[in-house]
Every structure is written in structure tokens, then in C-alpha cells.
Design a protein around this ligand. Sequence first.
Ligand code: G3H
Ligand code: ZN
Length: 281
Amino acid sequence: PLTPTADVMSSARRGRRAVGAFNVITLEHAEAVVTGAEAAGCPVICQISENAVRFHDSRLAPIARATAALAETAAVPVALHLDHVTDEALLRRAADCGFGSVMFDASALPHAENVAATRAAARWAQAQGLWVEAELGEIGGKDGVHAPSARTDPDQARDFVSVTGVDALAVAVGSSHAMTTRTSRLDHGLITRLAEAVPVPLVLHGATGVPDVELRQAVAAGMVKVNIGTALNAAFTGAVRDTLAAAPTVVDPRPALTAARRAMADAVTSALRTLSGGGYG
Ligand code: G3H
Ligand code: ZN
């Protein structure tokens, strides 16, 4: 069923597990996330990012409502999250489209402006019943520039959460967005210190670059939401490429999309097994 993000997150935190949050771009991505989560028997978060909305000509409702409809009939809890929102106008459309949560991302702004913008966004969104994530420390790679050396300071993180009132915090601990190799080393000591300093769940972005063994350690140290996008696109696009290459005159897109959806669902299932530590049996 479609489930509030807050509920999925609090039960994961109680169970010392992490919830996989997977980027949805097309309907087939959403189907793959739900099917993959059902196969793993795990709750899951479908997240639609601001740049995916831009891909849909800035229309939020069609892809959001389709994903919410898939969630409603899913055999596992499925939450719907609006990711990396920088545009306040988009934020204001979230509540009407089935989202249980938003990530408001002002991390590229100077610190004082990040605090002020996040505080205002969180206040508005929470009044609509939305669970709010924000980012401190600017995790790199969103602009194609990897900055795995960025780090979030635990004392600054504690103050940021208390002033802004956010429900979860994305932190810079060594990962970077859009990595196509799994070479990222995380700063596990820092994750532990952040988890002690901050009263809300921590979120790991750019988890594609992180090997499974590091992911498990990160969950043990206190990561509760783990965002994966690029690895799923690699599986999806790779299957499209292989299917079309094997049948160069094919016209119907469905064989390629069927293979893509299956490859992505398998990637979701295996990521969820890593993150849940087998905790859902
Ligand atoms: O918010 C989305 C994630 O941080 C995805 O990162 O594409 O590097 O896995 P990734
Ligand atoms: Zn991210």
C-alpha cells in the first residue's frame, strides 16, 4: 500500500535497517521499483527528483499519480518522495500529488541561506503533513563534478537540524552522485559521530558508487535512508541497449522495455537485501 514516508522510516530506524530510496523517471522505473521490493519483501521509497520532473516537461502529476497508483496495490509498503527540490513552486505542488515527503535541497547556497530557506520550506511542508529531508555539506556529482572529499560537520549538523526542524538529514560522508564505478569509500567514523550528534535519521545520497560491504557498515553506523539512482539506470539502459542490438530491425519498444524493467527490478531486489540485512526474512 501507499504508506507515509514517516512510517516507513520510523520502522526501519527501530529495526536498525535502512530503507532503499530509488529514483523513478518513467512508469517502467516505478513498476521495477515496486516489483523489486515485492520480490525482496521489503518496504521501499519511490523518489521522483526535480530533474525527472523537468524531463516530463515540468509536469509533476502524471508520473507522481501513476507511481502512487502502483504503490496502492503493492504487496509491500511503498512511500512516495519528491527528491532534490530547489524550486519552491515545485515544493508547493507536492502535497496534491500523493507525496508523503520531500527533500528540500538548498545545499548549494551559502550556509546562512541554506538554513533560512530550509527552515521556511520545512515549516510550510510539515504544515501540509509532509516529512522533510534537507542536505548539509553539499554531496557532489549533481553537476557532473565529483567532490567525494566534502564532509558534514557534526556540530553544525546538530545546530542545522535544531534550527530548521527537518525530519531527516542528508550528509556528505564520502559518496558522490552519478558515479558509474563502485569505488567510493565512506567515512564510517564520521557517520557514527553524525548519528550521535543528530536526533533525526541520516540519509546517504549517491549510494551507487558505494560497494555493498561499505553500505552494510553505513547502515550499522546509522544511515536510515539510502538513495540509489545511477546503478538502476545502468541496469535499465544496459538491457535496452542489449535487446535493441540483438534485434536491430525491431519496431515495438516493449521487448526492450520489458528486459529493462526486469533488470532494474533485480537490481532493486539485491540492493534492498543488502540494506535490510535480511531483516524482513
Ligand atoms: O537522490 C538521489 C540519489 O542520491 C542517487 O544517487 O544516482 O549516485 O545513486 P546516485
Ligand atoms: Zn541525491
